[in-house]
Ligand binder design. Structure first.
Ligand code: CA
Length: 222
């Protein structure tokens, strides 16, 4: 899954990006409201983490502009500590959740996980599809035979996205958008190579190729 992180603090921004990457997300970091709004409008993110105190354009305005243009992106706003009015304003402007600074990264990860589960209409905390069980904390997968298999960061992001969207037709460009960061090499041959490696790890039959269209994970696509 790919996240937009809008945070101008030169220490907190890069640190959060690193922590989120460790947790298995692709992350695009921008440090002002104007670029933040643009990125949210132009790119396909699974969620955004938006600081409210931003140069260029305040976070609240960015959020209002997204919602006014019909962008339903799940958003967690970062607010100043004890500023209850910021939390209220953020929620009224269309935020899905908020977190007051300073916070522990574990809390942000837990809130993000809950928000993504809600937006994907998942009720289970563990991802189980077609006999595979994904361990999101350790970024590995257990096969139907019970055998655990290690995954690289990209393999994990790709498999997680496919398991969440099992049964749906996923084009290469959609997979690329949700698995890679904005400045990554987005050659579609790279996705093909990763699909091939995932098939070797989890079994060929789980990922079906629809020629010229993309892939379906776990079968049952209409
Ligand atoms: Ca700030």
């Amino acid at each position: 899954m790919r996240l937009l992180l809008v945070e101008d603090d030169p220490v907190l921004g890069p640190r959060l990006r690193q922590d989120l990457r460790h947790a298995g997300y692709a992350v695009d970091l921008v440090n002002n409201g104007i670029d933040g709004q643009f990125q949210g409008e132009e790119e396909s993110y699974d969620a955004a983490i938006l600081d409210l105190g931003l140069p260029g354009r305040p976070g609240l305005e960015v959020l209002q502009n997204w919602r006014n243009s019909g962008i339903a992106l799940p958003v967690i706003v970062l607010t100043a500590r004890d500023a209850w009015h910021e939390r209220v304003d953020g929620l009224k402007a269309g935020a899905d959740d908020y977190l007051g600074k300073p916070f522990h990264i574990e809390e942000l990860l837990a809130r993000l996980d809950a928000l993504l589960r809600r937006s994907q209409e998942r009720t289970q905390t563990q991802l189980c599809v077609a006999g595979l069980i994904l361990d999101e904390e350790h970024q590995c997968v257990t096969l139907p035979s019970g055998e655990p298999v290690e995954l690289t960061g990209t393999e994990f992001r790709l498999l997680r996205y496919m398991m969440i969207n099992s049964g749906k037709l996923l084009s290469k460009s959609r997979l690329t958008e949700h698995v890679y960061e904005g400045d990554a090499d987005r050659d579609s041959n790279v996705i093909e190579a990763y699909i091939k490696r995932l098939r070797q790890k989890v079994g060929r039959s789980l990922i079906e190729t629809r020629r010229g269209q993309g892939y379906v994970f776990g079968g049952d696509a209409p």
